[in-house]
Design a protein around this ligand. Structure first.
Ligand SMILES: [Zn+2]
Length: 242
């Protein structure tokens, strides 16, 4: 390693074209959080690091600071997660996960736990056959948890009472409340959908391909979680199609 260089393992969250043949990458690194780095000349036809300019690319990055810019000096691919791009539904969900990470991470603020969750979810999508939206729900639940917005599924967030048939997700509170409690901005969900969410919460990422949720419930909980993301982080997930 040359002087001034550092090596980081990380996943490309975003890659935008810059000038004639460069790209500006947003890389989620395991140890340093989100880093923005310039990948030079990667859009030329025979560029050695062409592969590194793609979202999802998981690589070992050699980075060097030049003035105020961080430059990619080299990249060794660990996994491309190329298989995700072969399935439209998987690609949509995986793109949502990258987008969510990009929004919640502050530059160079380490978030090792979220990095591990992302990696596990991408592996599940690339190498197994889960219902893709289950992976979205699992990742969203874990992301809220890691960000201090854990969603409790067992009791009413307001009165701590048990749920009966009338359940509402209260967006201001960021949790489920019972039908007895007042709510200003919320969405009613079915008991079946709440049970599905419980199953997802209690299943490890590596086993998400072993559970099956009906499409109606899955749609219900995906949209509640996406709305909650918008309320908590003030950002709509653009990649999402629910
Ligand atoms: Zn209540």
């Amino acid at each position: 390693m040359n002087q001034g260089e550092r090596i980081e393992k990380g996943i490309v969250l975003r890659a935008i074209n810059y000038q004639e043949s460069d790209k500006i990458l947003t890389i989620f690194t395991a140890d340093e959080g989100k880093i923005v780095a310039k990948l030079k000349s990667c859009r030329q036809p025979k560029a050695k690091l062409k592969f590194a300019g793609q979202p999802f690319c998981f690589a070992e990055w050699t980075l060097v600071q030049k003035g105020e810019h961080c430059i990619v000096a080299n990249a060794l691919e660990i996994e491309s997660f190329f298989d995700i791009s072969l399935d439209y539904d998987k690609l949509i969900v995986a793109s949502c996960l990258l987008e969510m990470c990009d929004y919640v991470l502050n530059p160079e603020e380490p978030s090792g736990a979220l990095f591990v969750e992302l990696l596990k979810c991408l592996k599940m999508l690339a190498y197994h056959t889960p219902q893709p939206q289950i992976v979205f729900c699992k990742f969203a639940l874990d992301l809220f948890d890691l960000s201090g917005y854990k969603i409790e599924l067992d009791r009413c967030k307001q009165c701590n009472g048990e749920f009966n048939t009338h359940i509402i997700f209260d967006y201001d509170l960021g949790g489920f409340i019972c039908g007895m409690c007042p709510c200003s901005a919320g969405k009613e969900i079915s008991l079946g959908a709440l049970k599905s969410l419980n199953i997802i919460q209690n299943t490890e990422i590596e086993r998400l391909d072993s559970i099956k949720i009906n499409d109606i419930n899955l749609k219900e909980i995906s949209s509640v979680l996406a709305e909650n993301f918008a309320f908590r982080f003030n950002k709509h997930i653009k990649s999402l199609k629910v």
